[in-house]
Design a protein around this ligand. Structure first.
Ligand SMILES: NC(=O)c1ccc[n+]([C@@H]2O[C@H](COP(=O)([O-])OP(=O)(O)OC[C@H]3O[C@@H](n4cnc5c(N)ncnc54)[C@H](O)[C@@H]3O)[C@@H](O)[C@H]2O)c1
Length: 431
């Protein structure tokens, strides 16, 4: 028998149950059911033996309706079966895709997502596909992976192209979400020159495409443009405090020049532009080994290892759940707001407190699943890397006023989903 998941109840910041994400705003409907989204990343069936798979396939053949595919909320992922005896994994292709909205041609947009195989990009792709649009992903798979969007490969509304944005790319499209850029310090510092090239030349190429096709262009900028800020919280009018020659500069200055280019094309060529300054975001599909604090803590706690805090743990961060970010990106794209907009969650934690919080959530999920722990993991402190900002918190007044957007997810609810996702990955043998 395949393991089944207990129903998950998710409450928002006001204590109301979240059953859908997104909304209709600025004439664009971005609402989808949370269960549909979850069926694309949470895997209750994560350890299927070959025998289990055969009995599952039998039940599929006997089933004429659609219900089988939504039962247990996990059937829309290309299935992977881990064979512990040979330490191998086999994949099956999907026989049916998740149902997507049927839009009239006038409502269906051709949307290009660069970096669509990455963490944020894949969630954006899921949403846009469920909403019934035609989505093309271009990605060089530097940090992203085909597996994040494999459940859409072959769908008539979906196209995946291996391409580096540093080279020009031609396609007809109505909207461009330009996300391609490594986002975590180990990855963007791996080849600093390439990171700057991606930010500058990649953005130049995509803006050129937007100009040629008259597509609307949204860039995923970052709170890193504020550097180690001298004002708290950061509003969009703050110009930042960035070390231009430090190890983080390839990313921070890359994004700053990408913003400059974006507004250059707006002024000179009339390109319709949107600039999202994204603050720390976490969620399922985040690369577990890219050194970001949320994934580091969860993986260490799940593995029973000590959790590492860099510095004295007094530096603060705020964390936003990925579904809130996607709501914000889609709303911004379809709004009339062309100024930069902060998108983030203002709930601030010291890193030390956050480590304890993550440990509690991991223990809660382990208890629910009946996992026995040998001991409580310890929290240990190590030296802070250079140029690590002391404090970062978004002022999201602009997003609230001009997009009517505010984060709905509590950090606890988001963390629970992410822990379940990583736990499944561990059981599957891929973490
Ligand atoms: N996740 C966050 O907390 C956060 C915060 C601020 C800004 N952002 C921005 O959001 C975007 C997505 O971030 P993410 O967290 O999903 O990171 P990610 O590394 O998971 O995704 C980036 C994607 O871009 C692709 N890519 C990188 N260089 C490329 C190139 N030259 N050509 C084509 N594809 C390329 C990668 O393969 C990957 O699929 C980035 O632009 C990042 O700067 C993210």
């Amino acid at each position: 028998m395949a393991p089944t998941a207990a129903p998950i109840k998710t409450l928002d910041k006001e204590g109301r149950e979240i059953t859908t994400v997104g909304y209709t705003r600025f004439g664009f409907d971005s609402e989808v059911s949370l269960d549909s989204l979850r069926s694309l990343y949470l895997r209750p069936h994560y350890v299927l033996s070959a025998n289990d798979l055969n009995s599952e396939l039998d039940s599929v053949q006997q089933d004429s309706g659609h219900a089988r595919f939504t039962r247990e909320g996990a059937a829309y992922q290309s299935k992977s079966i881990y064979h512990p005896d040979t330490q191998s994994i086999s994949y099956t292709t999907l026989s049916r895709f998740p149902p997507v909205k049927l839009l009239p041609p006038s409502g269906r947009k051709r949307i290009l997502v660069t970096g669509g195989a990455g963490f944020v990009g894949s969630h954006l792709v899921d949403r846009l596909m469920l909403l019934g649009h035609e989505v093309t992903v271009i990605d060089n798979f530097f940090t992203g992976s085909k597996t994040t969007v494999s459940h859409w490969i072959g769908h008539p509304n979906f196209e995946m192209v291996r391409h580096d944005v540093v080279e020009p790319f031609m396609i007809e499209c109505d909207q461009i979400y330009h996300l391609a850029c490594p986002a975590s310090p180990p990855h963007y510092q791996f080849n600093a020159v390439k990171t700057i090239k991606t930010s500058f030349m990649g953005t130049l190429n995509m803006l050129g495409l937007a100009k040629r096709t008259k597509a609307r262009f949204l860039i995923s900028s970052t709170s890193e443009v504020y550097g180690d800020p001298e004002v708290h919280p950061q509003t969009e009018d703050y110009w930042g405090h960035v070390n231009p020659i430090g190890p983080r500069a390839c990313y921070d200055e890359g994004k700053r020049v990408a913003e400059t280019l974006t507004y250059g094309f707006q002024r000179q060529d009339g390109v319709e532009v949107r600039v999202a300054r994204i603050f720390n975001t976490y969620g399922p599909r985040m690369n577990p080994y890219d050194g970001r604090v949320v994934s580091n803590f969860i993986v260490q706690a799940l593995k029973g290892e000590d959790m590492t805090v860099y510095g004295d743990g007094k530096q603060t961060r705020s964390f936003q759940y990925v579904h809130d970010l996607i709501d914000g990106l889609i709303t911004l794209m379809n709004s009339d707001e062309s100024r930069p907009v902060n998108i983030g969650n203002g709930d601030e934690f010291t890193i030390g407190d956050f480590a304890e919080f993550v440990r509690d959530v991991v223990e809660k999920v382990q208890d629910e699943d009946g996992v026995k722990r040998e001991r409580r993991v310890n929290i240990v402190y190590e030296n802070l890397p250079m140029d690590d900002p002391q404090r970062r918190r978004p002022d999201t007044t602009r997003a609230k006023e001009s997009l009517q957007w505010q984060p709905r997810w509590t950090v606890k609810m988001g963390l629970e989903e992410m822990v379940r996702y990583y736990k499944a990955k561990m059981a599957e043998g891929s973490l």
